[in-house]
Write a protein that binds this ligand. Structure first.
Ligand code: GLC
Ligand code: GLC
Length: 817
């Protein structure tokens, strides 16, 4: 069953019924002010950091779903009936309903009682505020006398504290109400210099700022007392739960439409200009007032919305494809790229599945996120790389996470995830390939954010490399530490205490357990680093990197090869994991994908053999599972991976993040048919038709689809914030369609289904626009035989980067045959 449909022309997904299986969300804002918004207006907003600067409250894991949002209520003052035009929270039956999730905006429209309401929610570029523009139309034959109420519940900034520290928080809340604007200023009197505001374009009939007055005791958002009686209480919050609600009277003639604008925003004042007059406790509104005035004016709202659209035209214009597959086109051209922006901004912090409290930006995650983002805003990718590397430890290791607000490493979680450092090499490589900006390597970057410890970024990459060499285990493979890419393969944890963190508890010294995955990653990263070293005029150093990579490759063959696939790891007893000798977990996906991506097994047939094993043991109709057979009980020597019931998450779930590694590996052996088949199995758009099973949004990837061992095989979970976004984008654009960034130019190397007759990609790259037409007249899967650039045939398959030209560069590539 479908709950809506794609509108590719307008780059929207249109949801046509409000009770989707799960809240289907979208993100507002892509710079510093962000919001989550569901298809029924649920969600919340924050400035930069979802934990530390939360503007509005949300109730995770609530029943019913999705409580806390940007709510509006319409009330017919004659019949006294009221309803929510976004369906939630009153859940009154609507005669028409439609939610359009677009690029950075959501429009929720509905009709009830012949009154149509359509609200557009978005964050203007360059601002720290959001707009709710509500258009109300009277479709009745008689005049309508209506009331419109707004409602937002303020969060007391630190979302963690806000949901736990009630003995204090019930006494700190403060607001100001001036000229119809509600200012939320809890803690502004002491150490904060920021506040929130909620404004309305209309003259108010009343307001409420104390939640429990607005709602009434023992009531909820589905029948607030103020709405029910049709009149605000003009409550002024002091302590308890500050809230923002405006009451506006809307009288409409038959056919008449009225537009009402609400602005919810975040504002900071300079420390010495907090109050006006200076010796008072009143917020100084000098700098915020002009902003509010600007966006309560409909003309400015229209202009800001237009700018947002243009910005997305521009961002998405970097890579556009027309292929025979509608699902690939849609994901590449619109939704997958869009999701990459969300993962770049949010990392794994704030979604319907991530509370925004627990996790900062992951070191490995953010580096991988760059793969799908760098082409859109290279300057922000650059900044991210420098921020990440400044948290790198002197040892070359990395803080596993850092907090976006402070840009400091997270000490609670610490380090010792031994794959982390190598992702920096790959992230930097991806950035240079996109931009040709070799200068980034000379940037002076601190270690551990310590002034005086600055070294060129290139030195950071060296230390990433050395980190592994200095931490080899008994077989000469890299020690795993707390975990490698698989956060749940905790081989030094040995936890038997309920509630202990599998990631941070290490009860073993960690001198035995090794990772074949890190070994593969090391080979891949070392080859990348060697290429970079050559370009820096350090050929000897490059040779050294390659020699170490070759040594590691030998070790992988000797101790990491199981006969038909790569072993996954060695545990603390020196026994193999992911080997035919194991009873459960005989074969894992990660080492297969990573070793082949590193080029191992390409020359001797082992890569193909491995991929056939993956196909035989791991591939299912819903995607490739992480390992088989699933763990049926808890193994203390394995850690969290065996804590999940079979088929979920890392225990044999379809962990969509690493399916693309296998897909890339398939392209590397030239198997375009299988690569695209695997790609399609997890493509959310292709899964739209099984919406009842899939349940998550059909426009973005989810982290996991339940594996074949689970009773819910095929059900997706944890949508939006996952490395799946960047890896799938990278895979389809660079490896299947094969328009790949290289250090010297754009590589044209498609590996496609034999039945495709061709496709066209428009790619903006280093100041030029390339229009690349790939022709496949003889049903090949790979192999560019002929490359014609602006009418001239060139040798090889690289389009060398060149000075910007006025006209697009036209390229025709013909596959062999
Ligand atoms: C989550 C983490 C990521 C990890 C993966 C596998 O997606 O964010 O860092 O690699 O799980 O455990
Ligand atoms: C849990 C999740 C895993 C994630 C990790 C991050 O272990 O299962 O996917 O990477 O938490 O802390």
């Amino acid at each position: 069953m479908r709950y809506g449909h794609f509108d590719d022309q307008n780059r929207e997904y249109i949801i046509s019924q409000p009770d989707t299986p799960l809240p289907w969300i979208n993100y507002l804002g892509c710079e510093s002010y962000f919001g989550l918004i569901s298809n029924t207006a649920g969600g919340y907003s924050f400035y930069r950091d979802a934990r530390l600067r939360r503007l509005s409250r949300y109730r995770y894991n609530n029943a019913p779903f999705d409580v806390g949002g940007r709510y509006l209520y319409l009330r017919d003052n004659e019949t006294e009936k009221f309803w929510s035009p976004s369906w939630q929270p009153t859940r009154t039956k609507l005669d028409k309903y439609e939610c359009r999730h677009g690029m950075g905006y959501t429009i929720i429209g509905s009709t009830a009682n012949k009154i149509e309401a359509q609200t557009t929610y978005f964050v203007p570029l360059g601002e720290t505020l959001e707009i709710w523009k509500c258009k109300i139309t009277n479709h009745r034959k008689k005049p309508a006398k209506l009331s419109l109420f707004s409602s937002i519940e303020f969060c007391l900034w630190d979302a963690q504290d806000d949901s736990t520290n009630f003995q204090r928080n019930f006494s700190t809340g403060q607001v100001e109400i001036v000229d119809g604007v509600i200012y939320h200023k809890t803690e502004y009197r002491e150490r904060r210099n920021h506040f929130a505001y909620f404004a309305c374009s209309e003259k108010l009939a009343g307001y409420d700022t104390q939640r429990d007055t607005f709602l009434g005791a023992y009531r909820s958002w589905d029948n607030p007392a103020a709405v029910e009686r049709g009149k605000s209480f003009n409550s002024v919050a002091c302590g308890w739960a500050p809230h923002g609600s405006h009451h506006v009277k809307v009288n409409l003639k038959p056919g008449q439409t009225k537009e009402i604008i609400f602005v919810l925003g975040y504002h900071e004042n300079a420390g010495d200009k907090k109050f006006s007059p200076p010796d008072s406790q009143t917020i100084n509104k000098t700098t915020v007032k002009p902003v509010i005035t600007k966006y309560l004016d409909g003309k400015n709202v229209v202009a800001a919305f237009q700018k947002l659209k243009e910005n997305w035209d521009n961002l998405l214009g970097t890579y556009q494809v027309t292929s025979p597959d509608i699902h690939a086109n849609r994901m590449v051209n619109i939704w997958n790229a869009y999701q990459c922006m969300a993962t770049f901004n949010m990392s794994r912090s704030a979604s319907f599945y991530e509370s925004g409290i627990g996790r900062g930006l992951g070191f490995r995650d953010s580096n991988q996120d760059l793969l799908g983002f760098v082409h859109m805003v290279p300057s922000r990718a650059r900044e991210r790389i420098l921020d990440l590397s400044a948290t790198q430890l002197k040892s070359g290791g990395a803080f596993h996470q850092y907090q976006p607000l402070t840009k400091r490493g997270n000490h609670e979680l610490g380090s010792n995830f031994n794959d982390d450092p190598h992702w920096l090499i790959l992230g930097v490589g991806a950035y240079i390939k996109e931009t040709g900006d070799w200068g980034i390597l000379d940037e002076q970057v601190q270690f551990e954010n310590e002034p005086g410890s600055e070294q060129p970024l290139y030195e950071h990459l060296r230390r990433s490399f050395n980190y592994t060499l200095e931490r080899l285990g008994p077989h000469g493979l890299p020690l795993i530490g707390r975990a490698d890419w698989n956060d749940c393969l905790n081989l030094n944890c040995f936890s038997d205490t309920p509630g202990q963190s599998f990631q941070t508890t290490t009860n073993k010294e960690g001198k035995v357990a090794e990772s074949v995955f890190i070994a593969g990653l090391f080979v891949l990263a070392s080859k990348e680093l060697a290429t970079i070293a050559v370009k820096r005029g350090l050929p000897d150093e490059a040779k050294y990197y390659l020699a170490e990579a070759a040594k590691m490759e030998k070790v992988i063959y000797k101790h990491g090869w199981d006969g038909e696939w790569f072993i996954r790891a060695y545990n603390d007893f020196g026994q193999p994991i992911g080997s035919k000798v194991c009873k459960e977990g005989k074969i894992f996906i990660e080492s297969q994908g990573m070793c082949i991506m590193a080029g191992i097994g390409l020359d001797d047939g082992k890569a193909k053999l491995t991929l056939d094993s993956v196909n035989k043991h791991l591939a299912t109709k819903h995607g490739i599972v992480l390992q088989q057979p699933a763990f049926t009980k808890y193994y203390i020597e394995m850690g969290e991976i065996s804590s999940y019931p079979p088929g979920y998450k890392e225990n044999a779930g379809i962990f969509c993040h690493n399916n693309p590694w296998i897909i890339i590996a398939e392209t590397m052996v030239g198997n375009g048919n299988r690569a695209f088949d695997y790609y399609t199995r997890i493509n959310p758009s292709a899964r739209e038709k099984i919406g009842d099973l899939h349940r998550c949004e059909p426009y973005v990837y989810a982290q996991m689809i339940a594996g074949k061992d689970a009773p819910t095989f095929g059900e997706a979970k944890n949508s939006w914030l996952t490395g799946t976004a960047a890896w799938n984008y990278f895979t389809i654009t660079q490896w299947i369609l094969g328009i790949r960034t290289g250090f010297d130019g754009l590589i044209v190397d498609p590996v496609i289904p034999a039945k495709w007759k061709g496709f066209t990609v428009t790619r903006k790259f280093r100041g030029n626009t390339y229009v690349i037409e790939v022709k496949n007249p003889n049903g090949q899967q790979r192999g560019v035989k002929k490359l014609v650039v602006d009418g001239r045939e060139i040798a090889g398959n690289v389009l060398p980067a060149c000075a910007p030209q006025a006209e697009p560069i036209r390229v025709v590539a013909v596959l062999e045959g």
